[in-house]
Design a protein. Structure first.
Length: 268
């Protein structure tokens, strides 16, 4: 399918994507991927040629997998390279919802938790999406209070969907001897219901390969069972690696997610 974006109306442009109207269907929009990559709340910014194509492939494969698993997502189809057709939002919820299986990244510093600590069940936290404020985390107790007393069912739905998606993707990556460490997702309302939206790409999660064929995850800390030095995620960029290496890691992710359709022994 050929799309002339010069003739379409741009609705919004973010760090890594541009949203355009779909004149043939007002209930859907086009999400076009960019080669841009950012870190540090947008302070670090580069353009990596080829990243948009790789992100598009990863996003397509993951959302198609989640749709097969019955998750309520905005993803509809892939009409062209670097483009996803998605349901138009009534309202975007300005939160990042983070689920963690293994302690890594910021939680090690602010939470004073040892890297490699294993969370069972997965823990989920809400962050207000605001770069200048560094995406501050909402107090978990207050979120529970909103759910209980303020008719905040959307928070519970986001928490539940995030944990569900985490387990689906954890099982899928495990089929390729890779551990999903943590991930951040976003949500919106469509026809009054909470939907998983935005993108799921190499910038959405941490992935560490297994260090052993059969890692033992029945212990408090699983760092010895994993290979964080072989990470397949945006931490490579955060740590200052060059564009070629960053893109190579994202290509590895796309190669794995491209095989999700082959998975036969993982039940959604």
């Amino acid at each position: 399918m050929s799309l002339d974006f010069d003739k379409l109306t741009k609705l919004n442009e973010g760090k890594t994507k541009v949203i355009y109207t779909n004149p043939e269907d007002p209930k859907t929009v086009y999400m076009r991927f960019k080669d841009d990559i950012t870190a540090g709340d947008g302070v670090k910014h580069d353009v990596i040629e080829g990243k948009a194509l790789v992100d598009w492939q990863t996003n397509r494969d993951i959302f198609e997998y989640l749709n097969r698993c019955g998750v309520r997502t905005h993803y509809v189809a892939t009409p062209a390279e670097k483009v996803a057709l998605v349901k138009k939002l009534d309202f975007k919820i300005n939160l990042e919802v983070v689920s963690r299986r293994v302690a890594a990244g910021s939680i090690v510093h602010w939470g004073k938790i040892e890297q490699g600590t294993y969370f069972d069940p997965v823990i989920t936290q809400f962050h207000y999406k605001d770069d200048p404020l560094h995406d501050p985390m909402l107090d978990e107790g207050y979120v529970d209070y909103i759910i209980r007393t303020k008719m905040g069912s959307e928070y519970q739905q986001m928490r539940d969907i995030n944990a569900e998606v985490f387990v689906h993707l954890e099982k899928a990556f495990a089929a390729f001897k890779i551990q999903l460490i943590d991930m951040k997702l976003e949500y919106g309302l469509i026809d009054g219901a909470v939907y998983l939206i935005d993108e799921i790409t190499g910038g959405s999660f941490r992935l560490w390969p297994y260090a052993k064929d059969k890692p033992n995850f029945k212990q408090a800390n699983v760092l010895s069972e994993l290979n964080p030095e072989g990470r397949l995620d945006k931490d490579t960029y955060r740590m200052g690696e060059g564009a070629d290496k960053v893109l190579a890691k994202f290509v590895e992710i796309a190669n794995v997610t491209g095989r999700f359709k082959e998975i036969k022994n993982v039940e959604c």
